[in-house]
Design a protein around this ligand. Structure first.
Ligand code: SF4
Length: 409
């Protein structure tokens, strides 16, 4: 949307009070995400945003609530989101088909060095807690040609790392004729673009097989896999209608590590799902420890209207959910520190995403390694958007302090 506005002469600004129009892309994946979306709308209004357009999942699921928020003048549901800019500007709906996409860094505190390219939307699975599926509809994929055009324009704009994203990225290509798979897309990107680093966002474990990891023989593939597990108890996984088990999940993790031992495997967990007994919960904790994840996000289950699980018996008391969340977060925090430490001494390539002038001739840099470790260092020059070879040395609150061995690789 930002790129389309800019393509026809509008200017992106970094604060709502400077803006003629504010667009808030809302989320509803959990009760907290919904509340954050509401806060984002209110904050934009409070900070001087005059007219606000709300789009995304909360706006699609509860338009009657969203339209009553201060300064909201229009709701654009997900099914019209792709045409939001043409609608707002009264342009022909194909107006952007011929215009180049301008993926230059967006204004803000930190310019973007990584481009998130959405290649898929929607989902055909039926996880019983998931409202995203209800809000986004069936799985749809962008064509290989369109993705490559998008990535090439990101490269022209200076992007060094592309992150492929989608609601159910692993289903990319299944609705295309002839049908294709995510491997085909990734191979096409690696063969037809000069992207330096390619990262995959979230992948469902059942979408992968051992052959998939052959892709990591190409060093441009970031050594990072995010595989949502959600529960380590087979009983709860069945109630969630997740198409995986402890055994099949562990098998996929082992296959990935066989090809790339240093790969960072991260995950998502839901705690307090209806019917989750103490034994189920501690089985999850044990499984997370056993798999030695590099890190993970913990979500407290919140019943989402319109989903089967919201009607399930055995809803868990909110105090117990909080306690379980604290225990699980602690486990991930310790595993994350462990993963950071086992990388000490090993030179890693780091893409610097932010550079702040600390004093004359001294820059504070922060960036991500290919295997998803947040690295900080001080340098004598501004290396923003450069990739350096860095030796990781010391745990910091957010990541690791490193020493630059080679400024530009
Ligand atoms: S895979 Fe499950 S959790 Fe993910 S979007 Fe689809 S239904 Fe929702």
């Amino acid at each position: 949307m930002a790129n389309q506005f800019r393509a026809v002469g509008h200017v992106l600004v970094s604060s709502p009070e400077e803006a003629d129009l504010v667009i808030v892309n809302t989320c509803a994946v959990t009760g907290k995400a919904l509340s954050d979306s509401r806060k984002a709308i209110r904050r934009a209004g409070r900070l001087g945003g005059k007219d606000i357009i709300a789009t995304g999942c909360w706006a699609s699921l509860e338009p009657q609530n969203v339209i009553t928020q201060p300064h909201v003048v229009k709701i654009v549901p997900n099914e019209h989101k792709e045409k939001l800019v043409t609608q707002v500007l009264n342009l022909d709906e194909n107006a952007f088909d011929e215009l180049p996409v301008l993926r230059k860094p967006l204004p803000g505190r930190h310019f973007r060095t990584r481009a998130f390219i959405k290649v898929q939307d929607g989902c055909d699975n039926h996880c019983t807690y998931c409202v995203t599926r209800v809000a986004r509809g069936p799985s749809l994929s962008c064509s290989i040609e369109d993705v490559i055009v998008d990535i090439k324009s990101a490269i022209d704009g200076g992007t060094k790392e592309v992150v492929l994203s989608g609601v159910h990225l692993g289903s990319w290509g299944q609705n295309l004729k002839p049908q294709k798979g995510l491997i085909d897309l990734i191979q096409a990107i690696l063969n037809n673009t000069s992207i330096i680093r390619l990262r995959l966002s979230s992948l469902e474990p059942w979408d992968l097989n051992a052959d998939f990891f052959d892709l990591w023989k190409d060093s441009r593939m970031c050594k990072h896999l995010h595989l949502p597990l959600q529960s380590g108890s087979d009983h709860i996984l069945r109630r969630m209608a997740r198409k995986t088990t402890q055994e099949s999940y562990a098998r996929i993790v082992n296959s990935a590590r066989a090809v790339s031992p240093e790969i960072a495997i991260t995950t998502d967990m839901i705690v307090g799902f209806p019917g989750e007994s103490e034994a189920d919960f501690f089985q999850s904790v044990q499984f997370v420890k056993q798999l030695e994840f590099a890190g993970g996000h913990v979500f407290v289950y919140s019943p989402r209207p319109g989903t089967p699980a919201s009607q399930y018996a055995g809803q868990i008391d909110s105090q117990i959910k909080k306690q379980r969340s604290a225990i699980m977060r602690d486990v991930f925090a310790k595993l994350n520190v462990r993963y950071r430490k086992i990388n000490f001494g090993i030179p890693r390539q780091v893409l610097w995403e932010s550079a702040n002038l600390i004093s004359s001739g001294e820059w504070g840099l922060s960036g991500l390694s290919s295997n998803y470790i947040r690295v900080e260092t001080n340098a004598s020059s501004n290396l923003w958007n450069e990739i350096s070879l860095v030796r990781l040395e010391e745990v910091t609150p957010k990541g690791v302090k490193g020493m630059i061995i080679q400024e530009k690789v």
